[in-house]
Design a protein around this ligand. Structure first.
Ligand SMILES: NC(=O)c1ccc[n+]([C@@H]2O[C@H](COP(=O)([O-])OP(=O)(O)OC[C@H]3O[C@@H](n4cnc5c(N)ncnc54)[C@H](O)[C@@H]3O)[C@@H](O)[C@H]2O)c1
Length: 358
């Protein structure tokens, strides 16, 4: 049984290999991709088929299981790995995996939904607090020797307790952000077209329509996923509904928001301020108008965190997803559990468990 661990700057393959030891005894190969995170993340815009194929992939003909992070997998890569049966990505999003192609080829796919949800929700709350309390502006001034405690938004710094936070997208991250903001004493309202009444009741949140969310929130927290249906789903008309002293936080994806419309309301102080971790072009170009505004807190797409603890957690989660397949009990991480039902896959599971010593 051979496993390939494919990492890059944001996730080293040795962490993946160390956490996969619970799978059993296997031969393995570690590949460190020669691309930057920005290059790899472009898969979200250009799709898997446009991504370059690393030379090292030509040596993976006998690999049974591949574990990756950002690496792109589509038909061309699958052609190079005819024995592949399980492909696991340590990401929650699956833009780097063509799961339709994988399913056609009988490859089971594993992902790690929620793997960095704690970190991203913590960061969303930190963006909110930093912007409201001028943390970044105060720090920048102090290191320039300036003692300033009056900023453009200071006159309407809110008491957070009792205010309303509107969660736009109530998935893994949105739910955690809601819990954390509730801990600060806020009322939570949620817009998510796929949230059932029963689920909203269980989570103790008020489900509202999109318009109500933008009109009633003192803080709009964006936590939806970007796809064709959500591209620019927040624009001039949504910003026009916001209260003049409401705040906007987006650490989900820039493409959800019409950035020109956001810049316009910020520049004209039609909303209080914004905290942003994600941008249409990353790294953010030096001439971006966002850099000229006095009511934004910007962070360089670091919502997911990059600590050892977060990486180990993700690698452990991927191993659990793989184990669930080997145990013939695919868990919530398995994207195409139907693949596992075939006779061929069942025979492979038997052989894999034998070879792994399970
Ligand atoms: N900043 C970072 O470093 C970072 C790290 C990880 C994830 N993210 C981003 O955070 C976001 C949330 O991730 P997640 O893991 O919670 O995703 P998720 O899939 O668990 O949740 C997304 C939610 O959005 C909802 N949704 C779908 N269409 C919608 C619409 N039109 N309007 C409102 N809601 C809608 C879905 O029903 C779902 O509940 C994603 O955009 C993800 O890419 C950012």
């Amino acid at each position: 049984m051979k496993i390939a661990f494919i990492g890059e700057g944001a996730m080293s393959p040795d962490i993946m290999a160390a956490q996969a030891k619970c799978i059993g005894n296997f031969e393995h190969t570690e590949i460190l991709l020669p691309y930057s995170i920005e290059e790899l993340a472009s898969v979200e815009k250009v799709g898997v088929d446009a991504m370059p194929i690393p030379d090292a992939f030509h040596d993976l003909q006998d690999v049974d299981i591949a574990v990756c992070h950002f690496s792109a997998f589509g038909h061309k890569v699958f052609d190079l790995m005819p024995n592949l049966k399980i492909l696991a990505t340590l990401r929650a999003g699956t833009e780097n995996i063509d799961d339709t192609a994988a399913t056609q080829r009988g490859i089971a796919c594993v992902h790690c939904p929620g793997r960095n949800a704690q970190a991203v929700s913590d960061q969303a709350v930190s963006l909110l607090l930093s912007e409201v309390y001028n943390v970044a502006r105060g720090h920048a001034d102090m290191i320039r020797g300036i003692w300033n405690n009056v900023y453009p938004t200071s006159s309407y710094t809110p008491i957070l307790s009792g205010k309303t936070a509107g969660i736009f997208g109530f998935g893994n991250i949105g739910r955690l952000t809601a819990q954390k903001l509730r801990g600060l004493g806020m009322n939570i309202i949620v817009y998510d077209p796929y949230l059932s009444d029963a689920d909203a009741g269980e989570q103790n949140v008020k489900k509202v329509n999109k318009e109500t969310l933008f009109r009633e929130s003192d803080f709009v927290m964006v936590h939806a996923r970007l796809d064709d249906s959500t591209h620019h789903c927040i624009g001039a008309s949504e910003f026009a509904m916001m209260k003049p002293h409401a705040w906007f936080v987006n650490n989900a994806r820039a493409g959800l928001v019409d950035t020109d419309a956001l810049i316009d309301v910020l520049k004209n102080h039609l909303i209080a301020g914004a905290g942003l971790d994600v941008f249409d072009i990353e790294p953010l170009p030096k001439d971006s108008p966002l850099l000229t505004l006095d009511n934004v807190t910007l962070t360089p797409h670091n919502g997911g965190g990059s600590s050892e603890e977060i990486r180990v957690y993700a690698a452990k989660m991927a191993a659990q997803g793989i184990l669930s397949i080997l145990d013939n009990a695919p868990n919530f991480q398995v994207m195409n559990p139907q693949v596992i039902q075939s006779d061929e896959f069942q025979q492979w599971i038997e052989r894999a468990n034998r070879e792994l010593g399970r």
